[in-house]
Design a protein around this ligand. Structure first.
Ligand code: NCD
Length: 316
């Protein structure tokens, strides 16, 4: 039993034990996913609806594959073509879908807090697939699994998170998770993209990448979230790459065996040098995608099992 709560809304609600046991379970799914017989029927009859109100490639595909590998019926709502466009509110859409008795709603929304609000209105379990600049818990969990497998542990590591921290739910969820597990977190980026008061989260802040990257074990790059910017946060992409983009020279300040991560989608030549992103000796970007499916399978399993345990207790 990995989960106590009905939903997965954020890392802030998870205990260290829940995180560790979810990652252990996900490790088992990595093995299954690498085998020929990667399909299971354990959750045949379960209905999973993916509601993505923001564009997504890997997260949506990953949730769809994860659900299908467990035997669930997965439906991707085409939100662009839904009644939201006709003026229906998020909550009305959720209540309509709720009446069809899904077991699981996977929701991505541009507004922070929208997924929590929706979870209060429906009977089924809700998974936050990213809400505004708030949280992206499944991304932090897949990042944690990638780090644990590459480094052999998930504590006492020095981890740099670099770039557009202000607009990044990935950074927020990772700061929470990696902090809980006892790692040293360094945030690197221009002051215009650094949230005020972030030091209160127990992180160190650097504006100079060469200082910030010194001797770190993990270098996590972030995308410039231009869709969330309403003003001039950076002088130009060229200047940004020159000062903050990960290139061979800046990487040389990290440990020799430091791994490179990026949640994707990445802008080559803006946040990261393309050859570094593709360097299989340093970059674990493709592993992150692979771990994403396994982690989401473990999460779906935990939530459905916890629903079933509660139902069987009521029936007793
Ligand atoms: C991230 C997201 O959507 O928050 N992407 C993802 O889920 N893989 C990061 C981003 O969009 O930059």
């Amino acid at each position: 039993m990995t989960f106590c709560s009905k939903h997965l809304l954020g890392i802030e609600y998870l205990s260290n034990l829940e995180i560790t046991s979810l990652l252990d379970e996900a490790d088992r799914y990595v093995t299954l996913n690498r085998s020929n017989a990667k399909h299971s029927e354990i959750f045949a009859g379960v209905t999973q609806i993916n509601m993505f109100f923001e564009n997504s490639t890997r997260t949506q595909a990953s949730f769809e594959i994860a659900g299908k590998r467990l035997g669930a019926d997965v439906m991707n709502m085409a939100m662009q073509a839904s009644s939201i466009k006709k003026g229906e509110t998020l909550i009305d859409t959720a209540l309509t879908l709720n009446a069809m008795h899904p077991d699981l709603l996977v929701v991505r929304h541009p507004h922070s807090g929208a997924v929590n609000l929706l979870a209060e209105k429906v009977n089924c379990s809700v998974i936050n697939a990213g809400d505004g600049t708030h949280e992206h818990p499944t991304q932090a969990l897949l990042d944690a699994l990638t780090i644990r497998r590459a480094k052999g542990r998930l504590h006492r590591l020095s981890i740099a998170i670099c770039g557009d921290i202000s607009h990044s739910r990935v950074a927020r969820s990772n700061i929470l998770l990696l902090g809980k597990m006892g790692n040293r977190i360094r945030l690197i980026g221009p002051s215009t993209l650094m949230p005020k008061g972030i030091e209160d989260f127990g992180v160190e802040v650097f504006e100079n990448p060469k200082e910030g990257l010194k001797d770190v074990d993990v270098v996590m790059m972030l995308r410039l979230q231009k869709e969330r910017m309403d003003g001039g946060f950076i002088p130009s992409e060229r200047e940004y790459y020159h000062r903050f983009g990960l290139d061979h020279e800046k990487l040389s300040f990290a440990k020799k065996d430091a791994i490179i991560m990026h949640p994707g989608p990445m802008n080559r030549g803006v946040e990261i040098d393309g050859t570094l992103a593709d360097d299989i000796n340093r970059s674990v970007i493709q592993e992150q995608v692979e771990m994403g499916v396994a982690v989401r399978m473990a999460i779906i399993e935990s939530l459905i099992k916890s629903q079933r345990t509660k139902i069987s207790k009521v029936l007793k």
